[in-house]
Design a protein around this ligand. Structure first.
Ligand code: ARG
Length: 569
């Protein structure tokens, strides 16, 4: 689609004398009955000192005769272009099939590196449902950037250093039980943590002991480190189990602890430029702050270093190693100030790469409550999703050939993941089970189902026809053309999603393609002559080729979002 859109922009640029990139930025996708591309002429009108309608009329008149377009016409202040359907079908369907798994991929960004910091949970606590957003937005961005040729360095920057682990280690020394830790894993650590935080408030001396324990960890005391290592290993083991279910993996797992020995050097560098100063006993970065803004703290009054200090060290280390074009931090909106200060501090230190760092912030999820009203464990949500998907499948008497356990896991995970990614990342959303698993809604299940239907029709129809075996000029029904255009929009959506760091763009395009598929199926239900597996050979082969292209496109789209793609459901 991009090349058609570009051709339209070039035509309009030639016709109006405006730069093509400026026009390209204005081109919109209108309602389907208005064509495929639309150029609003308001800003051109200002430049040309004519009315928008006059500009539209002149541009349309001068842009006639290009073979891509069946029509280019002025409608009020807009220039609307409609593609030549036969040409789009004849170009897109074979192209998608030829590309196969490389569909929507390119080499455009080969050689550019992007670092994506995502998931990054704190150890010794179970992954909560709120971790899903960072994990899945980051995973989708990693997959999308990889598809565009970037070298992606996905980093799981574990919160594995800080006073909390002194607290926990002190609690373990007093009340801990190695056997219970072995058995209970993170849940045991969570219990211990709860007890420790109460003790820190109520038991005289406990908080000081915890602080001392963290300082021992910072100094590398063997016993203190041994305890910390065991907490970290237990945590990672459980995180990995969930990452595996979600199809998530990282290039690097390096937590805050990676930087524990580099703190003095970083603080010394900051002290040189822009400088440090004391603020209520703490050491802070000496740089300009807004009125009332708490300064960026490097060290607390007890000498313990902080999250911000480690993030400065980590950012510098990332640039030294990867010379990134972009460095993304997929972290909730609560940390906006932290990332703003991080970038300002790095800039003040003279690190221009700070301008390449982006806080990919996201909103909150509402409507998730637990029996206890506390954090909702991600694993419990995934389990429930699987159970609900299984129940729905039993109700629907799904395909008997399939393994319901495996497919319900894919549908459950896919529903939760897609249900998250379809939302604009910056907005809050309300979690709702019915929304997430509705086979007819804007859901992962809906797209997965369309994909599985394509696979099953191909199985029934004797497989996809070979290249050249299908005469694609047989595809002329409006539903078929709409489907081809829906598929063709996916690669542009991948580009948009990368540029805007917004996986929801891709989720939307993938859903639109699935929706076009469903319309095609419904048309076939109403009118037998529109079915894929019709008697006439010419039509059947052409349609099977279209189904194959649809399968490839939906599969790729879901895959880039990190949503599983069962071949039968
Ligand atoms: N561990 C932090 C938390 O759970 C998130 C870390 C995000 N990454 C970073 N480089 N600061 O809040």
């Amino acid at each position: 689609m991009k090349r058609y859109e570009r051709a339209f922009a070039e035509l309009a640029a030639n016709a109006s004398g405006a730069p093509v990139d400026e026009i390209a930025a204005l081109v919109k996708i209108p309602e389907p009955d208005r064509g495929d591309f639309s150029l609003p002429c308001f800003s051109l009108a200002k430049r040309l000192r004519k009315s928008p309608a006059d500009v539209a009329r002149d541009v349309a008149a001068a842009a006639q005769g290009h073979p891509f377009f069946a029509s280019i016409a002025a409608v009020g202040p807009y220039v609307n272009a409609t593609l030549d359907s036969a040409r789009v079908v004849a170009e897109i369907v074979p192209e998608v099939r030829r590309l196969g798994d490389r569909f929507a991929c390119s080499e455009a960004r080969r050689g550019a590196a992007v670092v994506i910091d995502y998931s990054s949970p704190n150890i010794a606590k179970p992954l909560g449902f709120h971790h899903l957003r960072s994990t899945m937005i980051g995973n989708a961005l990693a997959r999308i950037h990889r598809a565009l040729g970037y070298t992606v360095v996905g980093v799981n920057f574990l919160g594995d250093w800080g006073k909390t682990f002194g607290l926990l280690a002190e609690a373990f020394e007093r009340w801990g039980d190695a056997g219970a830790l072995e058995k209970g894993g993170i849940s045991y650590l969570l219990e211990l943590y709860v007890r420790a935080s109460h003790a820190a408030k109520d038991e005289p001396g406990f908080d000081d002991a915890a602080r001392a324990m963290f300082l021992r960890q910072e100094e590398g005391d063997p016993r203190a480190i041994e305890l910390w290592t065991s907490f970290r290993e237990h945590s990672l083991r459980e995180f990995e189990r969930i990452y595996r279910r979600l199809g998530v993996s990282f290039e690097l797992i390096e937590g805050e602890s990676t930087y524990r020995d580099g703190m003095e050097a970083v603080i010394a560098a900051i002290a040189q430029k822009p400088g440090t100063r004391e603020d209520q006993g703490a050491l802070v970065v000496d740089m300009p702050y807004a009125e009332g803004e708490p300064p960026m703290m490097l060290k607390k009054s007890d000498g313990a270093t902080l999250y911000a200090t480690r993030d400065i060290a980590a950012a510098i280390h990332r640039f030294e190693r990867f010379h990134f074009e972009k460095s993304l931090y997929v972290v909730g909106v609560e940390q906006t100030r932290h990332f703003d200060q991080l970038k300002r501090a790095l800039r003040a230190m003279g690190h221009d790469f700070a301008d390449r760092m982006v806080h990919v912030s996201f909103g909150r999820v509402q409507g998730m409550s637990t029996r206890k009203g506390n954090v909702v464990f991600l694993e419990e949500v995934l389990d429930e999703a699987r159970e609900r998907a299984l129940a729905k499948m039993r109700e629907a008497e799904a395909d008997r050939e399939i393994d319901p356990e495996a497919v319900s896991e894919q549908v459950g995970v896919g529903g939760v993941v897609f249900g998250d990614l379809k939302n604009l990342r910056a907005s809050d959303y309300t979690f709702d089970w019915e929304d997430i698993l509705n086979p007819r809604g804007f859901t992962g299940v809906c797209v997965q189902y369309a994909h599985a239907r394509c696979c099953s029709i191909l199985r029934k129809g004797g497989g996809a026809p070979g290249e050249g075996a299908a005469d694609l000029s047989a595809l002329a029904a409006s539903e078929e053309i709409a489907l081809v255009k829906g598929i063709a929009r996916i690669p542009s959506a991948v580009l948009d999603a990368a540029e805007a760091l917004e996986p929801s763009r891709l989720a939307r395009a993938v859903y639109e393609a699935a929706h076009a598929w469903n319309r095609y199926q419904q048309a076939g239900n109403a009118d037998r002559s529109l079915r894929v597996l019709v008697d006439g050979n010419r039509l059947r082969l052409a349609r099977l080729a279209l189904v194959d292209a649809t399968r490839i496109a939906l599969r790729k789209g879901l895959d880039l979002l990190g949503v599983p793609t069962p071949e039968a459901m």
